[in-house]
Design a binder for this molecule. Structure first.
Ligand code: FES
Length: 56
C-alpha cells in the first residue's frame, strides 16, 4: 500500500527503512522524502514506523 503518494513510498519500504535503522520521522523524511511535501502521509508513516520498531 502506498503511504506517501508524493514520493511513491509504500508501507513495506518504511518497514525496511526501520529495519535498517531509521527511527524517526525526520530521518524517514531525509532518506525517503516521506512527509516532506504535502504532509498527508505523516501520521500513517509515523504509525508504521512505530509499529516496526523493536522495543528495547
Ligand atoms: Fe507524503 Fe505527500 S503523501 S508528502
Amino acid at each position: 500500500m502506498y503511504v506517501c503518494l508524493c514520493h511513491g513510498v509504500t508501507d513495506r519500504t518504511i518497514r525496511e527503512a526501520a529495519e535498517n535503522g531509521v527511527s524517526s520521522m525526520r530521518q524517514l523524511g531525509k532518506e525517503l522524502g516521506v512527509g516532506t511535501q504535502c504532509g498527508r502521509c505523516a501520521s500513517t508513516a509515523r504509525q508504521i514506523l512505530r509499529e516496526s520498531q523493536t522495543p528495547d
